[in-house]
Design a protein around this ligand. Sequence first.
Ligand code: NAI
Length: 332
Amino acid sequence: MKIAFFSSQPYDITFFNKCNKDFGFDLDYFDMALDEQSVNLVTSEFDVICVFVNDKVDAGVIEVLSERGVKYIALRCAGFNNVDLEVAHKKGIRVCRVPAYSPEAVAEHTLAMLFTLNRKIHKAYNRVREQNYSLNGLLGTNIYKKTVGVIGTGNIGAVFCRMMKALGTEVLAYDLYPNEQLKAEGIRYVDLDTIFSQSDIISLHCPLTPETLHLINDDSIVKMKSGVMLINTSRGKLIDTNAVIQGLREKKIGALGIDVYEQEEKVFFRDLSETILEDERLQLLTSFPNVLVTAHQAFFTDEALTQIAFVTLDNLKQLDATNEIIGRNAEL
Ligand code: NAI
């Protein structure tokens, strides 16, 4: 099978080439993102396209893929909000993804953002490098005994809930489908308003859907505790960026950690250090001392990339052989 990879980065090539030694597929890498123009790189010799979070797989793109005889769309990520599943289904193109390659990787990054912001490690790092050993302005709070609100308790949210519980916090959770095991472990499911009004820290782990689009907006921010810490390692559009900027300005939001950003498609996964950033909202956010932005790196661990490569190629092998996916993981 011949696979066209879009948005390929050097690390994708390293991990997929290594893993492919056991599969023997024909892999072709393109560094540009998939969109209505780059879809023309997909000639009729390709059976599969492999895409990541910011590739655009909308109706128009799928139409072209279908004309070229593409059989499978393989997402090498968990989220699938960028694919028009209905149109793919109508065209008879099967779609597969990597549902849970390493929830620990994302939960650990969330924790890293939380601690960095709380103890101002990002500022301390720079200060000490400039021989500034003063502590003024670096005051944090204990996380112990704080209330943490977790929205979405699937694979990643569940791991994060357990981490926070182990730190001695009270964990409140909201999900459309509460997890009975987490309840038994002392995680308390409440409604969204209670999450907003009682949490010192709120972390988002639900997918982007029409219902969760701008879940964090002017109305929800008004309900939050003053000085709340907000962390989003899920999808950028869960947050209305303008509302959050206003919340930061009014000091209602005490700290913001984002690994994902509403307009990230134009910026993330690229080295723009020699250009002038056109995204003024991102520029503004990164100028705030209490905002930490990472560029969609929560998934980025050796274990996760190994798992992503294995599951993606194994999904295709199974689909091609049996038309079904059992969902196996690599042994690490
Ligand atoms: P999952 O599918 O295991 O869990 C999602 C949970 O959200 C489910 O329990 C579901 O019931 C819940 N949910 C769905 N709609 C909801 C709503 N309206 N309100 C509240 N809860 C709702 O997904 P997983 O693996 O935990 O990933 C969560 C999200 O994290 C993904 O959708 C993806 O967007 C993001 N992600 C980000 C990564 C990064 O590198 N920053 C890497 C991997 C995933």
